[in-house]
Design a protein around this ligand. Structure first.
Ligand SMILES: Cc1cc2nc3c(=O)[nH]c(=O)nc-3n(C[C@H](O)[C@H](O)[C@H](O)COP(=O)(O)OP(=O)(O)OC[C@H]3O[C@@H](n4cnc5c(N)ncnc54)[C@H](O)[C@@H]3O)c2cc1C
Length: 436
């Protein structure tokens, strides 16, 4: 479905999200459009007409999702025909359509080629198109709500204070942000919250600020919003975001929710560990700051109290000069990590002066590769050091075998990743500096 979201102060954008992961009362007061609302059999929407003409629908199971994702890209304000062809990658159409807009929609019978043809054949929206025109006015804010359905209570509090009082008085409450994790629990595992407290639109959790010595990222910002607002200024996060799920998920999934799950295979934690991030927890008692490395206390457990919310993450500045995020998964996009490794190294005159390495998928919690870091610091950044340190990296954590990967494979991926970092340019760049 498409949800009207803010695009600056006075404008809005149609944002595609997975409707199966949305709690219906979270949409109170919002403007939404489903595939059925885009057009009718008598008057197809341009996207629906294009899909029909290109033969882009067969069994029809995936079609509503493709239609909505395609419509969102059809209406994207920044979509303009590229000045130059995209070098044969064919990820952008002649009409500026970004093929990644469709990721997260899986087709198992039509085949992707006719779907892509339909997308690339689209023109620009007619100025009189009601949904195109709607973008030039602001989107409605979220409406506070308090509903009981089948014995489960859903609350969208009016503000942070009310939220924190609710969490203090109702320790069993379930905090929900983007619901991309919680929605799966509901859909596939049949879980229901006695009290669900929606926090995704609290302004205090949605700021992104650059200060002299720190970048603060609000916990309820989605991965898509973070990508847009950082605009590449944290290269490690810029590398991570496109590898995180699909754009559909990233439009809802928040960074606070990723840390809230405390999953050992969540992707944000390794990157934030390498960035030396701190978590800001807030309650009626005020804020407290916890080092991310100290935040995880066990398998899916954290030091967060039930009356606390993650309000933000803080990344100290300056950033390390060499960073990289390696995600090893079975598919390039839209898959959970088997292993994730994030590097943040400082080099000076060819010597490693600081090293932080965050790991996911190799222990009950995300963790820092402390032994490898120590092996690197003070050493020349050359292949001998890298070989020695990669052997140490391969022995970090306590990897296990599961349906994603064997323990041996995970250990091998760890040690290979440092060699990959070195050979993929970080080493070459430093060698140039050293020999210049
Ligand atoms: C198809 C699919 C693909 C996915 N791919 C990836 C992937 O590639 N990488 C990855 O890391 N994850 C992935 N995920 C998991 C999920 O999208 C992320 O974990 C996401 O960041 C969760 O954020 P959310 O806002 O949706 O959290 P929610 O589902 O709303 O909440 C998750 C948990 O965090 C808690 N929580 C949320 N916000 C806060 C807060 N501010 N303070 C305290 N607790 C809070 C909730 O109580 C809940 O326990 C995927 C999920 C799906 C369905």
């Amino acid at each position: 479905m498409l949800v009207l979201g803010p695009d600056g102060d006075d404008a809005s954008a149609w944002v595609p999200v997975n409707s199966c992961l949305v709690l219906v009362h979270a949409l109170e007061g919002q403007e939404i459009v489903t595939a059925e609302g885009l057009g009718s059999p008598e008057a197809l929407h341009p996207v629906q007409a294009s899909l029909a003409e290109a033969g882009g629908s067969q069994c029809g199971y995936c079609t509503p999702g493709f239609v909505c994702s395609m419509a969102a890209e059809f209406y994207r304000a920044g979509r303009v025909p590229p000045e130059e062809p995209d070098g044969g990658h064919r990820e952008h159409g002649p009409n500026g359509f970004d093929l990644h807009a469709l990721s997260g929609n899986l087709c198992r019978c039509t085949g992707y080629r006719p779907i892509r043809d339909a997308a690339y054949a689209l023109g620009m929206p007619d100025p009189a198109d009601a949904l195109a025109e709607r973008r030039f006015r602001s989107a409605p804010g979220p409406a506070p709500a308090d509903r009981v359905v089948d014995g489960s209570r859903f609350v969208r509090p009016a503000g942070l204070d009310e939220t924190l009082r609710l969490l203090r008085d109702e320790p069993e409450a379930t905090v929900i942000a983007g619901a991309t994790d919680w929605g799966v629990e509901v859909n596939l595992r049949g879980r229901r919250a006695a009290l669900a407290v929606m926090i995704d639109r609290l302004p205090e959790l949605r700021a992104l600020a650059f200060r002299e010595d720190v970048i603060e990222i609000g916990a309820a910002l989605t991965l898509s919003e973070i990508e847009g607002r950082l605009a590449g200024r944290v290269p490690l996060l810029a590398e991570l975001v496109p590898q995180f799920a699909s754009r559909l998920i990233r439009n809802s999934a928040t960074i606070g929710g990723n840390l809230g799950t405390a999953s050992p295979i969540g992707d944000a934690a390794p990157a934030l560990l390498a960035l030396d991030a701190r978590v800001v927890l807030t309650s009626l008692d005020g804020d407290r700051e916890v080092e991310l490395a100290e935040y995880f206390s066990g398998y899916r457990e954290t030091v967060r109290r039930t009356d606390e919310l993650i309000r933000a993450v803080r990344i100290p500045l300056p950033l390390a000069s060499v960073t990289a995020f390696h995600k090893i998964a079975k598919r390039r996009f839209d898959d959970i990590s088997s292993v994730a490794i994030a590097f943040a190294l400082d080099l000076d005159g060819g010597v490693v002066t600081d090293a932080r390495i965050g790991l996911g998928g190799v222990a009950a919690t995300p963790l820092r590769a402390r032994a490898t870091e120590q092996r690197l610091i003070g050493e020349p950044w050359d292949i001998a050091t890298v070989r020695a340190a990669s052997a140490v990296l391969g022995s970090e954590g306590t990897p296990m075998s599961d349906h994603r990967a064997s323990a041996d494979y995970r250990a091998l991926m760890l040690s290979n990743s440092l060699l990959k970092l070195y050979s993929a340019g970080a080493g070459a760049a430093e060698r140039k500096v050293v020999t210049a």
